[in-house]
Design a binder for this molecule. Structure first.
Ligand code: CA
Length: 517
């Protein structure tokens, strides 16, 4: 017998359906869009909001001013690919399998931030640099640079797997494609967009309009530019110094053969003409001066920073373009904007460029976040945040479930001043890539608010201990010094506990066999 519905039952059902719809709409409206602008090798000490008074980063500074700035955001493994793998997985390199920037393919068959967001109803996109030797997974849309990508007239790999070459400068194209995707996306869902910038990665080729932007600035030498590494570990045999490693031709564009050098085969004749005119003048200057020794090293340092910050100009300008678009489109009020770099970078500290070491400049990375109506403008977070926390925090903002195998935790409560439980007091680090390209011995260690303990292995086999309160530039290794016995023993216990917590069995084995002196 067919069941008949009364008018009352039909009306009740309709009301329930409409009610459920309203709840769903309310949930969607309350879930913000999230844009994660992710640069490459951009040092926090080279950003206005982090205290640099010589460079101009007005748009990154704006995000910090209108939101929060993290002063102690450390990375688990200070190189490019592993940091991106950690952003996607919320896990240490030994767990997500991506330890080195070699030809390893990132395993996308694991829990990913992008997949979790998709499952919770977000549209996801990755545009720009990715550098994981795999195609994006868990992203509805992507248009990414192959490998490191090119600054001028770069290729992009679009969907499903087609490569197209575009005319223009890479930062501009990444922004253009990001805005185009924002325009064409599905309006009914909140979105998560990663804008992956190539800037400020070596070799630094500034946009034509930024050539010479810092030529009037003389950058002061860091106090430890001529670090003699006295009392330090065998790991000081690195190959990343401005004096010895930085190349006049390939890095600083001195006396380049624009017809033969592969780095310039992307340039069109007009671009080449302007670029060549600028650098030929500089090449002539240094050749005529016949600089040697310290004078040459310091000339290289000035040229390095002028090129580096000129590249950063394009990065910041393009962040500004995106912020302007969010304002004009009305998206700004319900969109969280994050700016971070994959790791920090040396700007002459210890005489270096590049990254890798557990020392402050490459251990810490810039991170600023704007969340209108939720984070109070001008907020500063000084707690130890680790990049394993990024994915859980994004998921927390999106009101999505945080997978239990992610190793980090959401710091949204810290951003909102609503933290109930105490935050971590020690952060764990483990670096692997050796010997190429910069001969930095593999090492692990931990950082607390005051101390840093590190063990270099793989041939260096030595410890370093720093008191950051007394020695913030990490020049004085106090490991084994009288009076440090108790703090050393305490830190070693904590190191072991962190290795156990994060399931670093390989690290535990090395620690068990480590020399005590
Ligand atoms: Ca990087």
């Amino acid at each position: 017998m067919r069941k008949r519905f009364s008018l009352f039952q039909i009306l009740l059902s309709l009301l329930l359906i409409l009610g459920a719809g309203n709840i769903a709409m309310a949930q969607t409206a309350s879930r913000p869009n999230i844009i994660f602008i992710f640069s490459d090798d951009h040092a926090y000490q080279g950003i206005g909001a982090y205290g640099n008074k010589l460079v101009k980063t007005p748009n990154i500074d704006r995000i910090a001013r209108e939101g929060a700035l993290l002063t102690n955001n450390i990375v688990t493994n200070s190189i490019c690919g592993p940091s991106r793998a950690t952003l996607l997985t919320g896990k240490y390199s030994h767990v997500n399998g991506y330890k080195r920037n070699d030809r390893t393919r990132f395993d996308t068959n694991q829990t990913l931030l992008s997949k979790s967001l998709q499952q919770s109803g977000y549209q996801t996109a990755w545009i720009g640099k990715m550098h994981l030797n795999s195609l994006p997974a868990g992203f509805d849309y992507w248009n990414v640079l192959p490998d490191q990508g090119n600054y001028y007239n770069p290729d992009f790999i679009g969907q499903p797997n087609d490569t197209t070459r575009y005319t223009g400068y890479v930062s501009d194209l990444i922004t253009k494609f990001s805005v185009e995707w924002l325009e064409k996306r599905e309006n009914s869902k909140p979105f998560f967009l990663i804008v992956g910038h190539k800037a400020t990665h070596r070799e630094w080729l500034p946009d034509l309009q930024d050539l010479g932007a810092y030529d009037d600035v003389t950058f002061p030498l860091p106090a430890n530019f001529y670090d003699d590494y006295k009392g330090r570990s065998a790991a000081m045999q690195q190959d990343m110094s401005i004096e010895k490693t930085m190349r006049l031709k390939q890095d600083l564009k001195v006396n380049v053969d624009y017809e033969k050098d592969y780095a310039y085969n992307r340039f069109n004749p007009e671009q080449k003409k302007v670029f060549k005119a600028y650098y030929d003048k500089i090449g002539k200057e240094v050749t005529d001066k016949q600089l040697t020794g310290k004078a040459l090293t310091e000339w290289k340092y000035q040229r390095y920073l002028r090129d580096y910050f000129s590249v950063a100009n394009s990065l910041d300008r393009n962040i500004g373009k995106l912020l302007d678009y969010l304002d004009k489109s009305g998206l700004a009020k319900n969109t969280v904007v994050i700016y971070a770099s994959d790791q920090g970078f040396y700007l002459g500290e210890h005489g270096w460029f590049d990254k890798r070491f557990i020392y402050e400049e490459s251990l810490k990375t810039p991170f600023v976040i704007r969340y209108p109506g939720v984070i109070k403008p001008g907020k500063k977070v000084e707690d130890l945040i680790v990049n394993i926390d990024w994915a859980p925090t994004v998921l927390n903002i999106a009101a999505a479930k945080i997978p239990s195998d992610m190793q980090g935790k959401s710091f949204l409560p810290l951003l909102k001043d609503e933290a109930k439980a105490p935050w971590r007091k020690e952060a764990y680090y483990h670096y692997y890539e050796f010997p190429e390209p910069h001969h930095v011995f593999p090492h692990f260690g931990l950082r607390t608010s005051r101390y840093k303990l590190a063990y270099f292995y793989g041939g260096a086999d030595s410890w370093e201990l720093f008191d950051l309160e007394k020695d913030p530039s990490e020049g004085s290794n106090i490991y084994g010094k009288p009076g440090t016995e108790k703090i050393t023993a305490d830190l070693k216990e904590k190191l072991k506990a962190l290795m156990k917590e994060y399931k670093d069995d390989e690290g535990l084995k090395i620690l068990a066999g480590a020399k005590s002196i």
